[in-house]
Design a binder for this molecule. Structure first.
Ligand code: SAM
Length: 290
């Protein structure tokens, strides 16, 4: 058997030997091209001196690339026990640098396992990708704050989700995810990936998104209030704000006026500064009431 450049067997061989037929329920679309996984790892920047959290290593194509690109240590969380023997081979190839956690990424506390500085790099399972991103963007929900523990997120999403993360006001894809992501991080699409790069190929294109935390939010707001305002406004995005925000407060029109925002606008017309102003007005009214 011809070995790959990193001295391990080619991924196609790994998958065949360990019987890793992809399971749809686990969002398994594997990357077999080690040049592509190296490109993803490089999109995360210089990894030397940095721990990396990888969600869903699967047969380990991206894991191998992260280690080959010099990550100090990789902590890889995988739900599927079938992948563990393949990942064990990688751990033996780079002694002391790969820790595999068998479990659900939604239950992992990254802060407890990684040393600063650390980043997250992953070809995410599509069924939990957005949920994980929102958690990483709102560390307050688990007692954290901003700046977050992570110093970068380099993540593969379905392209439609990637577009929602980087969308600007007025765009069809602009919504809660764009506001939450861009409020206190720089978000960009690094590159797109064809369905043909995956086994099995998904129906849609994917994109690698790179997010870097800003030292402080662009505008003051409480994350919880901002999340509620954006959820209400975009939950009924075709309605005027004075109507959509009534799910939060009956005096929605006055609240908009207080924030300096025309209550006849729709959510997509507001930029991040406007949503932060609304979040502050919401909190001011709630505090005045209690
Ligand atoms: N990183 C591999 C690659 O690029 O070829 C696999 C990516 S595949 C899109 C997603 C991986 O996440 C699968 O290996 C799947 O078993 C795993 N996974 C799915 N749900 C998970 C969860 N909740 N926690 C941890 N891993 C999960």
């Amino acid at each position: 058997m011809t070995l790959a450049e990193d001295g391990l067997p080619p991924l196609r061989e790994v998958i065949a030997r360990h019987g890793l037929a992809a399971k749809k329920a686990l969002g398994q679309n594997f990357l077999l091209d080690l040049n592509l996984t190296r490109r993803i790892a490089r999109a995360a920047g210089d990894l030397s001196g940095c721990d990396v959290l990888e969600i869903g290593p699967g047969p380990g194509g991206l894991t191998r690339a992260l280690l080959a690109e010099g990550a100090r240590r990789v902590v890889a969380v995988e739900r599927d026990a079938r992948c563990l023997p393949a990942l064990d081979e990688i751990a033996r190839r780079w002694p002391g640098r790969l820790e595999v956690v068998h479990g659900d990424a939604l239950e992992l506390d990254p802060e407890a396992r990684l040393n600063a500085p650390w980043r997250i790099v992953a070809n995410l399972p599509y069924n939990v990708g957005t949920e994980l991103l929102v958690r990483w963007l709102t560390p307050e929900r688990r007692g954290g704050g901003w700046p977050p523990g992570w110093s970068g997120l380099t993540l593969m999403f379905q392209r439609e989700v990637a577009e929602r993360i980087v969308a600007r006001p007025g765009a069809k894809a602009y919504g809660r995810l764009a506001v939450l992501a861009q409020w206190r991080a720089e978000a960009r699409i690094a590159f797109d990936v064809s369905p043909r790069a995956f086994t099995p190929p998904p129906k849609v294109w994917s994109s690698v998104v790179d997010l870097r935390p800003l030292p402080a939010p662009r505008h003051p707001a409480e994350p919880d209030a901002l999340a509620r305002v954006t959820a209400a406004a975009f939950g009924q995005r075709r309605k005027m704000l004075r109507q959509s925000l009534r799910t939060l407060r009956p005096d929605a029109a006055e609240m908009c006026a207080e924030a300096g925002i025309d209550p006849t606008l729709r959510a997509e017309a507001l930029d991040i500064a406007d949503f932060c102003a609304l979040a502050r007005a919401l909190r001011a009214r709630e505090t005045a009431r209690s």
